[in-house]
Design a protein. Structure first.
Lengths: 120, 108
């Protein structure tokens, strides 16, 4: 069973950049896609994007100009960078593993979540 | 973007009840739908994918059905640990893979 452990700064000032890391254990990062999702009371669950083990990315158009996902297979880690943070980006951020292809696609393992607060 | 609506927003039920909640997509998503359960303070947990396939380890009292735009999650014989919020997610068309707003199941 794949386990995801995530970490990163939880308190940011407006205009700063969010950087989160998600470490994969119990399975290989060199397959499937790896995703980031965030959750806030205002927007609910919001899909941020995903990255394949080869580095192919897909982003939410609403965040595309500010988000970069990357992956380091040698460390079994993948990363989220979100620039120009504002109060509207305050949320719990989750990493997740994407399993399956086409109709069987699903998020079947999740990190524990990181509460990120943006405040001056 | 494909929009998902869930109903009801809140559901009050008792242990042992059979409960049903729905998820409606703004356009045809075939069977590209997953259901998640989220307990307070925890990450979502996958219950069902491909609209009706039970995730390994999930109790058989959970079942999903539907295709196209209308989907249903049913919990038969509701247990105390089932009081949580349930979300649907479409994985047909992206970006983005959108989530529904959730149905919260509360104790009557």
């Amino acid at each position: 069973q794949v386990q995801l452990q995530q970490w990163g700064a939880g308190l940011l000032k407006p205009s700063e950049t969010l950087s989160l890391t998600c470490a994969v254990s119990g399975g290989s990062i060199s397959r499937d896609y790896w995703s980031w999702i965030r959750q806030s009371p205002e927007k609910g669950l919001e899909w941020i994007g995903e990255i394949s083990h080869r580095g192919t990315t897909h982003y939410n158009p609403s965040l595309k100009s500010r988000v970069v996902l990357s992956i380091d297979s040698s460390k079994s880690q993948f990363f989220l960078n979100l620039t120009s943070m504002s109060a509207a980006d305050t949320a719990i951020y989750y990493c997740a593993k994407v399993s399956g292809r086409t109709v069987t696609r699903r998020l079947d393992s999740w990190g524990q979540g990181t509460l990120v607060t943006v405040s001056s | 973007d494909i929009q998902l609506t869930q109903s009801p927003s809140f559901l009050s039920a008792s242990v042992g009840d059979r409960v049903t909640m729905t998820c409606r997509a703004s356009q045809d998503i075939d069977n590209y739908l997953a259901w998640y359960q989220q307990e307070a303070g925890k990450a979502p947990k996958l219950l069902i994918y491909a609209a009706s396939t039970l995730q390994s380890g999930v109790p058989s009292r959970f079942s999903g059905s539907g295709t196209g735009t209308d989907f249903t999650l049913t919990i038969s014989n509701l247990q105390p640990e089932d009081f949580a919020t349930y979300y649907c997610q479409q994985l047909n068309t992206y970006p983005p893979f959108t989530f529904g707003p959730g149905t919260k199941v509360e104790i009557k």
